[in-house]
Design a protein around this ligand. Structure first.
Ligand SMILES: [Zn+2]
Length: 343
């Protein structure tokens, strides 16, 4: 019988992980205790049971509930050492799952009030990432993400800040939160600033809304990568466009199921995107709330979609190629993928 290769040993890059959402459940509970934060019962229940709450974010109320839980978890991060702990643990979890490169996504605006302002917040985060990368050996960078629920001018401010810190570890610019709010093109100037400053354009699209939101990311924000993008599966012409241009979709299967974008893991159209030649980088999105981390996403591809080890290796290669990692890191990780497959 053929040996089952361990997916946590498959070298890969993790390109879709949100800051607060990366936390270990136990850490949130400990920090809540430390700072005297009273968490909503729904969050405490989810964190202690390990069962992701069913959120049905496909309607606005469900999304609002998800945001409320997320905000409650974020409110436990109050001091620089909390940020350092979060980053270190996120890296440790990633390393355990075979990640050789992690791009963590953060809107520093959310942390600014407690950390002394926008610039100190970003600097604390970047310092933590730098220290952690050196201590763990994991290549790690930051995507600064604007919030589409806020004014586009705020996004421009963030884009300028992100560009200023490109030398300090910011590699990309994102756009997150409810896709049903605001149009992508409202944020076109912010993304132009980011792209002109050499950052990757990596907005969320094609998660809560259909293929048109992915098209908007391409047309209006000149996206290099799409956060999620899975709903492109509903439009063969769009799939071809993504494949032809080599736009990597950061697909997060467990997140999609937890948020009700798809009913079951086998409904996430991994095969459709793969067969269409759309590069993917599987990601965990918010493991804190969705209950599974990076290697588990590859496990879903294997168990529910019948991906062979050769195909899983190809998925890992796609994640590495779609990353902002330097060429020598990519080369090393790609060689590791080949090693995994022949080993
Ligand atoms: Zn996301």
């Amino acid at each position: 019988m053929e040996r089952v290769r361990d997916l946590s040993e498959l070298p890969k890059a993790h390109l879709h992980l949100h800051f607060t959402g990366s936390m270990r459940p136990g850490t949130v509970l400990e920090l809540a205790d430390k700072h005297g934060v009273r968490l909503p019962d729904a969050l405490t229940d989810a964190l202690t049971s390990g069962e992701p709450p069913r959120l049905r974010a496909t309607d606005e109320r469900g999304w609002f509930r998800f945001q409320r839980l997320y905000d409650a978890a974020r409110s436990c991060l109050r001091e620089p050492e909390d940020i350092q702990r979060l980053v270190r643990e996120a890296a440790e979890e990633d390393v355990k799952d075979g990640s050789g490169w992690l791009e963590i996504q953060v809107d520093p605006t959310s942390y600014a009030p407690r950390l002394g302002g926008l610039i100190p917040a970003l600097e604390i985060i970047l310092d933590a990432v730098d220290t952690t990368a050196r201590e763990t050996g994991l290549g790690m960078r930051v995507l600064v993400a604007a919030n589409r629920m806020k004014h586009p001018l705020d996004a421009r401010t963030l884009a300028r800040l992100a560009v200023r810190y490109a030398e300090r570890g910011v590699v990309g610019f994102g756009l997150s939160n409810d896709e049903r709010r605001g149009m992508a093109r409202d944020f076109d100037r912010a993304f132009a600033i980011a792209r002109d400053g050499g950052l990757l354009s990596a907005p969320h699209g094609g998660e809560l809304t259909g293929p048109s939101s992915v098209r908007d990311c391409l047309d209006d924000l000149d996206a290099h990568r799409i956060g999620h993008g899975v709903r492109a599966a509903e439009d063969p012409r769009l799939l071809k466009r993504l494949a032809d241009r080599g736009i990597t979709c950061e697909v997060c299967p467990a997140s999609n199921v937890a948020l009700g974008v798809y009913e079951k893991p086998q409904d996430v159209p991994l095969r459709t995107l793969f067969e269409a030649g759309v590069p993917m980088a599987l990601g965990a999105d918010d493991p804190l709330l969705f209950g599974s981390r990076l290697a588990a996403q590859y496990e879903i591809a294997r168990t529910h979609h019948g991906f062979t080890d050769a195909e899983l290796a190809e998925l890992a290669r796609q994640s590495i190629r779609g990353s902002a990692a330097p060429d020598d890191t990519k080369k090393r990780l790609l060689a590791g993928v080949d090693g995994w497959l022949v080993g």
